[in-house]
Structures are given as C-alpha cells and as structure tokens.
Design a protein around this ligand. Structure first.
Ligand SMILES: [Zn+2]
Ligand SMILES: [Zn+2]
Length: 233
C-alpha cells in the first residue's frame, strides 16, 4: 500500500523550530492533512519523540523516530530508527559529541522539551544546532551501529546539504536513501541507484507536506515503513 509521508519535520525542541511545533499540533496537522506517517527529526536530539509517539499512537499516525545530525563538516544527515528507545539511545550517544556551548534562547530560539499534553517539561542546555565532533563517515557508521537508517538530508539545498557542505556525496557509505529538496535546482548527478525521499523539513506547521509524497510499504506500520526505506520490504 502507498503511505503518504512527510519524513522530516522539526519540533519546538529544535531552536529554529517554531514554538507552535508541539507534539499535538504536529500530529494534529498531519492527521488533518491525511498523512499516514511522519518523522520528527530534531537537530541532534530525539528527546521530544516520546511525547510525539504517544500523541501519534492516539491519533493513528505512524511516527518513524528520527533525528537530524550535524556532522563536523556541517552537513545534515537524517537517522531513522525502528523505535523511540533506539532513537533515544543514539541521541544519548551523540550528546557528548556536541560542543558544550549553551543555547542562547534570545538569539537561537527556545529548545523546549514537552510531554504529550504539550506542557514544557524542560529544556536542553547545549545548543542543538552545533556541529558534532564526528565526521560525515563517523556519523553514518554510528547510525548503523545503533540500528538506524542513514539518509543524507536535503543534499542539494543550502550550505548544510552534503553537495554544498562537502562538495560531493561520499562514496563507500551504504546510504539507505537520499533526501532531495524539490524547492531548489535538482542535483546534477545520477541518482538512479538511490531511493529518493522528498520531505518538507518543516519548522512551521503550515509547511508540513500535503499528501503528495508516498512510500510503498507492506502495511501502515512503523516496521513496514522502516523496512521499505531500508529496501527490505
Ligand atoms: Zn537540515
Ligand atoms: Zn531539518
């Protein structure tokens, strides 16, 4: 079956994510738009996923647990996991690799941790949009170690897409998919060997995708979606 997906959305835990990107608002918007599945991928953290998962389960929206890591070269890379627990374990593993630079909420925005009632239950001290002290290759390897899927983010967009940040797509890494941005010129390279994902990278509610991008999966479940992206369905 075809699942309507938006697999790159930020919550209010990302400093650049709008304050309205709460668990209930994100999942509610996905539900209204009749999306089958979403992935919330905050910068370098999975800590809002438990609340989002709780809400997603209640509303019947599949949540693919994810993060968007910033490599040492300032390239963005998505990591998708089968379970929130795996995503949290990975999140804990990379936190020590974030520079101990505190967030300045006035400048970068709040980093709000929420519960499933959209109540603020804490913040993250370290600025989450900093680059990890891990190379592109090291990040890819660590994602694999934790059982995740490695998907370079918006490879053709902005200074944080790997085609700009690195100048090329490193070979020798088993990417599960590539995220290509539709809003900018398409990459001038042969992408035929790759699974391509198109997502919103929404930092505001109104930017969450309409039902326009689908993934063929065995059923509407996180396991089936994960397998489909991993190419093992
Ligand atoms: Zn990004
Ligand atoms: Zn993003």
């Amino acid at each position: 079956m075809k699942l309507f997906c938006d697999l790159h959305i930020h919550s209010c835990l990302s400093p650049c994510g709008d304050a309205l990107m709460t668990p209930n608002n994100i999942v509610g918007m996905a539900f209204i738009k009749q999306l089958d599945a979403i992935a919330v991928c905050d910068h370098n953290t999975a800590r809002n996923l438990p609340a989002i998962k709780e809400v997603a389960d209640m509303m019947g929206v599949v949540l693919l647990p994810g993060l968007e890591v910033t490599t040492r070269e300032e390239a963005h890379m998505l990591a998708y996991f089968r379970t929130v627990e795996q995503a949290l374990a990975f999140s804990d593993a990379i936190y020590p690799h974030l520079p101990a630079i505190p967030n300045n909420p006035k400048f970068f925005g709040e980093q709000q941790l929420m519960n499933a009632q959209d109540e603020v239950i804490g913040t993250q001290e370290r600025l989450l949009i900093s680059a990890l002290d891990l190379s592109f290759e090291a990040c890819a390897a660590l994602i694999g170690e934790y059982g995740g899927l490695c998907v370079p983010a918006h490879i053709n967009r902005g200074s944080n897409g790997c085609l700009n940040a690195l100048g090329f797509l490193p070979s020798g890494i088993a990417y599960d998919a590539l995220e290509v941005s539709k809003t900018v010129p398409q990459p001038q390279m042969d992408l035929s060997g790759y699974r391509i994902l198109h997502s919103s990278d929404a930092h505001y509610l109104e930017h969450i995708l309409e039902p326009e991008f689908t993934i063929e999966a065995g059923e509407k479940s996180v396991e089936a979606l994960f397998s489909a992206i991993a190419g093992k369905s």
